[in-house]
Design a binder for this molecule. Structure first.
Ligand code: C2E
Ligand code: MG
Ligand code: MG
Length: 433
């Protein structure tokens, strides 16, 4: 297995790139002559080139390999290049996508460029120097994005002062490491490297355990990776759906085992806004609940609110479908910055989880006033409030005095392994901490 140290030592300037460091380009064109010409031209740039003659085989390449940049012909029999790229943009938002055509294109291409579904439109016959420069720019763009993923800053000693050049070894090394992890994440659900930990949610009146939040852990081949980092990489690399699929299955399995011992207890699970881009998650939740014969209210889906989430009508429809199933819906990290009060009453949320940054201000009078108003607003909207990140007894007392009734935080318990929770049950601690 490749170790980080080996990756760092490698010379990325050499034309002979190894599996991990190669920049992967996918060329999609139905004309074999064009594919050959493009390959000949671009191979000299040091890319690992994959090719496909139609969009169906191109989709298979995307599922199999971590492709960085797609160069796609518009005019192919069957599906148009732009349709394929728009779909790719949904599934793999952080790839570079370039469209090429022998004909001038108007409105649809302009709209796709505006939406960021494609990054560049080019005409055939191409100018070799411009085409090469555009593709290089596309690779640079995704390296910068990966470098920024999960606070991975471009190294300060970068000669380009934050802007990544093709020769910026440190930035490319980060990129390769992040991309290697993104790739590994695609198989994580099947290789035993994922686990959930469960953090109790307790009643502030009596410390009764009312539920848990399931928190995902990943032990990569190079060691454990923080959730902030691997979730961001899964979102960028297209693996998020697979991780969430696994989480839903695992949570329902545990809920079936544990919840009969805890009347009305709930298990919360986190989803990414990306999971709401198609119907797969909602369908999977529906079938998994049915397979396990679970009461839908025994799981709560937590989603961090964002402007994008609230504006997209399809996403709202899917949240509505989850609510119709009877599943609880929590708005996570409320107050962390992205919250928009104008939408909150319209969304089908049942629970509001107050962000830890607000909990930390509880001891301050002004902070306490803000929290008390949020608790009051949630109550008026028929939502339960969970105060996250309670670390001290004093914070717990203040939260209680402000009318909050459920809390979660290290003061009560850190996230626990599955075995630990099972031991609690065996020891008859099903009710209270
Ligand atoms: P979150 O959903 O807001 O989860 C709460 C985070 O706060 C967890 O961090 C938890 O360990 C931490 N925490 C709880 N109590 C305290 C406390 O008293 N003090 C402090 N300092 N921290 C506390 P964790 O497990 O590292 O997860 C971080 C984030 O990663 C989660 O924030 C969530 O956004 C994301 N995440 C975790 N699991 C999943 C998952 O299965 N799917 C998705 N999409 N995201 C996940
Ligand atoms: Mg959460
Ligand atoms: Mg949270």
């Amino acid at each position: 297995m490749l170790q980080i140290a080996d990756v760092r030592k490698r010379d990325f300037g050499t034309p002979c790139m190894t599996e991990s460091s190669a920049r992967r380009l996918l060329i999609v064109d139905d004309d074999p002559g064009v594919r050959r010409a493009l390959k000949r031209l671009l191979r000299k740039e040091g890319y690992e080139i994959h090719s496909a003659s139609d969009t169906q085989s191109a989709e298979r390449v995307l599922e199999r390999d971590t492709i960085d940049v797609i160069l796609c012909d518009q005019d192919m029999p069957g599906r148009k290049g732009i349709e394929f790229l728009k779909d790719a943009a949904k599934k793999y938002p952080h790839q570079g996508r370039l469209l090429i055509s022998g004909r001038f294109q108007s409105d649809e291409v302009a709209t796709a460029l505006d939406a960021g579904d494609i990054h560049k439109f080019m005409m055939k016959p191409w100018d070799e120097a411009i085409l090469k420069a555009d593709i290089r720019a596309s690779f640079r763009r995704i390296v910068s994005e990966y470098a920024n993923a999960a606070n991975q800053e471009v190294p300060p000693n970068s000669a380009t002062n934050g802007r990544v050049s093709v020769d910026d070894t440190a930035a490319w090394t980060e990129f390769d490491e992040n991309r290697r992890m993104s790739r590994e994440l695609h198989t994580a659900a099947g290789d035993g490297s994922l686990a959930l930990q469960y953090q109790p949610q307790v009643g502030l009146e009596d410390n009764a355990i009312l539920g848990f939040e399931a928190l995902l852990r990943w032990n990569a081949s190079t060691g454990p990776v923080s959730p902030e980092r691997f979730i961001a990489l899964a979102e960028r690399g297209g693996a998020m759906g697979k991780l969430t699929h696994w989480v839903v299955g695992e949570v329902c399995h545990r809920a079936k085992q544990w919840l009969p011992l805890w009347n009305d207890a709930k298990i919360g699970l986190n989803i990414s806004p990306i999971d709401l881009r198609d119907d797969a998650l909602v369908n999977h939740v529906e079938t998994t609940l049915a397979e396990h014969g679970l009461r839908p209210g025994s799981i709560v889906v937590e989603v961090t609110e964002s402007q994008a989430l609230c504006r997209d009508t399809q996403t709202l429809t899917r949240l509505g479908r989850l609510a119709d199933l009877g599943v609880g819906l929590a708005i996570d990290d409320f107050g962390a910055g992205a919250t928009s009060l104008s939408y909150i009453a319209d969304l089908p949320f049942t629970t509001l989880k107050l962000d830890r940054s607000l909990t930390q201000q509880l001891e301050d009078d002004k902070g306490a006033t803000v929290v008390s108003k949020i608790v009051e607003m949630a109550r008026d909207l028929d939502m339960q409030t969970i105060i996250e990140g309670i670390e001290t007894e004093q914070q717990a007392q203040i939260a209680r005095s402000l009318g909050a009734n459920v809390a979660q935080g290290y003061f009560f318990s850190k996230p626990q392994t599955r075995n630990r929770v099972s031991e609690w049950i065996a020891a008859g601690r099903g009710g209270k901490l």
